[in-house]
Write a protein that binds this ligand. Sequence first.
Ligand code: DX5
Ligand code: ZN
Length: 217
Amino acid sequence: DRSIKIAPSILSADFANFGQEIQAIEAQGADWVHVDVMDGHFVPNLTFGPPAVNAFRPHVKTVMDVHLMITPVDPYIQAYADAGADILTAHIEAGPHAHRTLQAIRAAGMKAGIALNPGTPAEAVEHLLDLTDLVCVMTVNPGFGGQKFIDMSAKIRRLREMIGDRPVHIEIDGGVDPKTAPLVAAAGADVLVAGSAVFKGGSVSNPSVYGENIHAV
Ligand code: DX5
Ligand code: ZN
């Protein structure tokens, strides 16, 4: 099913009220809840780890989509499975053994995603497509919400071609708003992460990015 899914990133939510924020975005029509895990090492910012993700779990009624911006990944896979992640995405740049990592994520009972930084070509994940359920195309350099969108349309089109009829989602992460969403959807993306377009100043204040603008693209 290639209908467009919206995955608000709680990176831009009120960190003291995650439970309420998650409930609010789901009430407004969020398809998935995107959780950005940063380690202060792979990216120059630090967020939360497995105990926090486990605390989000009972609030998420849809799909908990966990994006790991950490290295190493493998020692933490089981902890995120135990914390209740439905989808676990690791970066291709996070280490030399993405193939092993994706197998381990699936073996732990989760869907497996692979993310690409803006500087990484589509071909870097070509040999992983049978092991992955989702390719996350970063349209900002990861680390912070609210950055300017970098156009990766050519990469998205190339990936859609490479994926063929495999059941693999293309997720876009960074700078997605009602202006950029139609571009990435036209290029072949089907899951749109949106942080600051959904949460402004720590609360859900822009419900119009759902339905009317983004779901309709
Ligand atoms: C970037 C994160 C994104 C980010 C998206 O490092 O992975 O999920 O929070 O935020 P916006 O939509 O504000 O670019
Ligand atoms: Zn993310």
